[in-house]
Design a protein around this ligand. Structure first.
Ligand code: ADP
Ligand code: MG
Ligand code: ZN
Length: 475
């Protein structure tokens, strides 16, 4: 019996504002514990929260990017629960009336386009952090993070495979980064995902009971945890059992999920509108202002690369995968206007280098100017394709421009026949057997002779010229 997975994701993105959502405390990361706090984010009695307008700006932008309807009026609510990292005893969030609803995100999985519905986007505050002492049975509380603005993006249960879940998350994160409203870093916790998953018999339209998986801190782990849950739930159902609706914890080191708690229901939280905050009114003018500030998004860039540069859809997708990579590509083009050549070098040599070194494009040792400089030399036949690879490696190691490396190492391509002639003569004289066989009809040996000449000239001879001379001399 085959089953179809049904997946819905809840994503929390930390917003890149300078100050917290309801007070003026800094959101800067890494300060000594409890130094970025004030009576508001410490939850002292009698204080009043004041909404940070930037948080609304950013959320509107995300809503527009995901085709959501921005609600003219939304509300903040109190979600009540007790935990030591939540001094107020409630989290301010949006509940019944979120700021944005009913959008979608198009993703591509194995060449197929899928539309994933977005149920809602809302704003809320983050809680503090507990630091557990590894040696003693005590925990400490750091409230610097308390009140950091979060945006929660809830998807419809439209996702049908772990790969699609990964792709949805990558796309969402790319959009956040293009909009420059979140770092979107899963490892550092500025982009968090809870995955809801159930399975149903293939062909069915009735969803099964879901579990919610927490503690997923990389894209890899999201996919692994989903695979694990699919297998676990399948086994239960095939055994005639029932999946329990519960929250489960992913244990990355063990590669399994374990039960954390029964699923809490909304009524457990005693949600009610926060009496300290006015309803949030967003008029058309505000939305229009944000729309005017929207940058080009990944999907639009991808379409432009295909239309204007003649790139394949797959290549355009790779290049627009992150804003940084896409900006890099465009920076190269301002200096060297051959999109396909630039694209090939970025996707081949550059990404190969970065992957091998485990470095992000932001920290590339080869600047766009230097890559473009290299391609100019290659295009002008100053260096050969083979030498270009050597120069690329030297640029990666030293950060120097191609021109300097070529000049210092004497790598300029030799096209002058009078310099190549004697080398060709020597190679032919040194290989009389091969020369006879070539003359006898084994034309494939041309490659051998070219190789020998290139070797003798340490790759500097212009292969085109070498070919011509060889053909002449071998008759
Ligand atoms: P809660 O707030 O209790 O977590 P929601 O109704 O907000 O519940 O749903 C949370 C997520 O669970 C959403 O992303 C939704 O798409 C997903 N979801 C709902 N039902 C199912 C199901 N049967 N299987 C998988 N995911 C589901
Ligand atoms: Mg949930
Ligand atoms: Zn504060």
């Amino acid at each position: 019996m085959e089953f179809t997975p049904v997946i819905g994701l809840e994503v929390h993105a930390q917003l890149k504002t300078r100050t917290k959502i309801f007070c003026g405390c800094s959101t800067a990361f890494g300060a000594p514990p409890n130094t970025h706090t004030c009576p508001v984010c410490l939850g002292m009695p009698g204080v009043l929260p004041v909404l940070n307008k930037k948080v609304v700006d950013y959320t509107i932008k995300m809503a527009l990017a995901t085709h959501c309807a921005v609600q003219p009026e939304s509300r903040f609510a109190r979600k009540n629960y007790f935990y030591p990292d939540l001094p107020k005893g409630y989290q301010i969030s949006q509940y019944e009336l979120p700021i944005a609803t009913n959008g979608y995100l198009d993703i591509e999985v194995e060449g197929r386009s899928l539309r994933i519905g977005i149920t809602r986007i809302h704003m809320e505050e983050d809680a503090g952090k507990l630091i557990h002492d590894p040696d003693r049975p005590i925990s400490r509380v750091d409230l610097n993070r308390t009140g950091t603005p979060l945006m929660e993006i809830v998807s419809e249960p439209d996702i049908r495979s772990p790969e699609a879940a990964g792709e949805y998350l990558r796309r969402l994160r790319a959009i956040l980064r293009y909009l420059d409203i979140s770092d979107g870093n899963m490892e550092e916790g500025s982009f968090r995902c809870d995955a809801n998953i159930s399975i149903m018999p293939e062909g069915s339209t009735v969803f099964g009971t879901r579990t919610e998986v927490k503690n997923l801190n990389s894209f890899k782990h999201v996919e692994k945890a989903l695979y694990y849950e699919i297998a676990r739930q399948k086994e239960i159902l095939l055994d005639g059992g029932q999946v329990a609706q519960e929250t489960r914890l992913w244990q990355p080191d063990k590669g399994q999920t374990v039960s954390m708690r029964g699923k809490e229901d909304a009524h457990d939280y005693r949600y009610f509108p926060d009496p300290d905050l006015l309803p949030l009114v967003v008029d058309d003018a505000w939305v229009d202002r944000m729309r005017a500030q929207m940058p080009e998004l990944p999907a639009q860039r991808q379409a432009r690369y295909i239309a204007d540069y003649g790139l394949s859809s797959a290549d355009a997708k790779v290049l627009t995968g992150s804003r940084e990579l896409s900006d890099y590509f465009e920076a190269c083009l301002t200096e060297f206007d051959q999109p396909k050549t630039v694209a090939n070098w970025i996707m081949g040599d550059l990404l190969g280098l970065l992957n091998a070194k485990g470095v992000e494009i932001e920290n590339t040792p080869v600047s766009p100017e230097n890559l473009a400089g290299l391609l100019k030399l290659l295009d002008a036949d100053v260096i050969s394709g083979k030498i270009a690879k050597t120069v690329f490696e030297a640029m990666a190691a030293t950060g120097q421009p191609a021109k300097t490396i070529v000049a210092e190492k004497g790598l300029v391509q030799v096209s002058d026949t009078s310099a190549i002639d004697p080398v060709v003569d020597a190679v032919i004289a040194g290989h009389p057997n091969e020369a006879d066989r070539y003359r006898g009809g084994q034309k494939k040996l041309m490659g051998f002779f070219v190789g020998q000449v290139m070797k003798q000239t340490r790759g500097k001879a212009n292969p085109k010229v070498v070919n011509e001379i060889l053909r002449k001399k071998l008759g």
